[in-house]
Design a protein around this ligand. Sequence first.
Ligand SMILES: Nc1ncnc2c1ncn2[C@@H]1O[C@H](COP(=O)(O)OP(=O)(O)OP(=O)(O)O)[C@@H](O)[C@H]1O
Length: 623
Amino acid sequence: MSSVGRLTVLPEQSRVDIEFQDLGYAVPQGRKGFKLILKNISGYFESGQLTAILGPSGAGKSTLLNVLAGYKSTAATGQILINGEARHAKRFQKLSRYIMQEDIMQPMLTVGEAMMVAANLKLGKKISHTDKLNAIREVLSQLHLQRTFNTQTTRLSGGEKKRLSIALELLNNPPVLFLDEPTTGLDDMSCMQCITLLKKIAEGGRTVICSIHTPSSKMFSTFDKVYVMSLGQCIYQGYGPLVVPYLSSIGLECPIHFNPADFIIEVSCQEYGNFQDRLVSAIENGKNTYTSNFNKPHSNPKNITENEEENVEILEQESSYNERSDWITQYKILLMRMWKQMLRDKTYLCLKTVLYILIGCLIGSLYLGMGKDGSKTIFNFGFYFTCIIFFMYIPMMPVLLQFPKEFQLIKREYFNKWYSLSAYFAALTTSTIPIQLILGSVYVILVYILSDQPMEMDRLGHFYLICMLTGVISESFGLLIASHLSLINSMFIGPVLAVPLMLLAVYGFGSGYSSIPTLIKIGMYFSYLRYSLQALIHTMLTGREKLKCPDEEEFCPWTDLEHFMRDMGMEDTIFWVDIVALVVTYVIFRGGSYYLLKQRLTPNKTFRALGYIGRIVKSHITR
Ligand SMILES: Nc1ncnc2c1ncn2[C@@H]1O[C@H](COP(=O)(O)OP(=O)(O)OP(=O)(O)O)[C@@H](O)[C@H]1O
């Protein structure tokens, strides 16, 4: 075993051999029933080896990788064995890391910072900062990324991003690495560099499995093993260059100077006739590994400990060089990361500040001096409603826009066990509060002064409290929507749902509560905007002296504000009841968002069944 590229800070790993038998995977396909993507395939991927899953587009490579990694396993049939014993999905996830095709990077961080966040989260407190830094430097140098230490992750080239994705996962020395098409989008040189690196990583005792499209002949012979798929079946398993005698034994001669990888792909695309069944049966759909001694079943795993439990425990201990940090540390690291990203995004921050000031000035000017004008009481009511609408839309829209993208990052980090979801969610919940409080106060002070509201600390404090509560609830409402939907659906559903919320908030004002139909009354209880508006009107209008009617005005029906509240049907509102209702709404929305997010990442039986039904319905509609 070559020592070139061995990571000294990361000890060698024990064997984790992966075997799968009669693996099947089907997806619902309208009225046609099901589409079989994996058709009872078998295979054996050994530790210390770099294995490539090859095949034409749509052959099922990514699906096989996803099922083996446990990323998609609910609808799978067959058996997956780890060191000869049935795979325990949760324990296996602790040992494996999955590097997705898309290199989504945490924005606004340098490579060094992104690596330090990963090291702090994955390596725990027992390892000193200096050791973490050494580990980072060594991993980066192994992956030829040392010169990018201070470069922002989003400015890296395609090849560098891919290598950084690998580096981030290598930090805690996982025994198994899955990579979905690691060479996609890279030039020939970067492809070869990437594959050579993966080979070095495998040589340290790891099981490295990647799916790949069309490798060059040089790359093809670099893999220790290739697993070729066609139409969801295995048509070859063994050392790459041996594919030539294998195909020859079936009567398919690879032309001299022809890339054997291209040749077998062309064969699988049936360019030389239909050899699918013969190839599948020759290799017994993956049960055999082709060696120069054809048709021998692949060797059984070596070094298997008698007891699987013991075996996995040893592995877990070894990879617990990587003991994950505790909840509080995770929370602090994630919060710091979020704040750093927020403060460095100067454009967004400036836009947001300008927006709060500009709209504050605009609304303040529209309702200029109306707060104490007896002829403008109804306009003043409009001012309060406008403030509530402002604090609904402005905090909700960025969440609808940003969170679906953020979800892709969470998925990668959460699936690879960087942190617990509750720590992430707690950090997310607290990260936006300071900026919301600061900018919210700027807006409130501006509109409060411009619209000439009563200068009493109590009222101002309550006004601010209600606006802030509305803001954080609206943000949570956005999260509730975006936690389970795509960007397009979120952007559609969010503003659409806001309309009935606004209507229900003001429905029936002026005409009396008793005349409202029961169904609408029930609906009104669900509009948190109504509680905000009621609380705001109550705090701003009760206990005030009669307003003055300007001399030039002939008609001042509501100089008595208590009278106005009676006319609006709001004389019975209790401020603290509305505040409690707002707090309860906040807790429900946040709790709901967390639950939906968790179900999206790791669905329970009910959600799996719902998702399955949804897919069947969708496939019937879109067929
Ligand atoms: N949820 C799904 N519903 C319907 N068909 C699906 C679903 N998931 C995958 N497929 C189909 O299964 C087949 C295999 O998909 P998979 O992504 O595994 O192929 P692949 O070999 O990785 O292809 P590529 O190299 O183009 O990424 C494709 O025909 C794909 O359209």
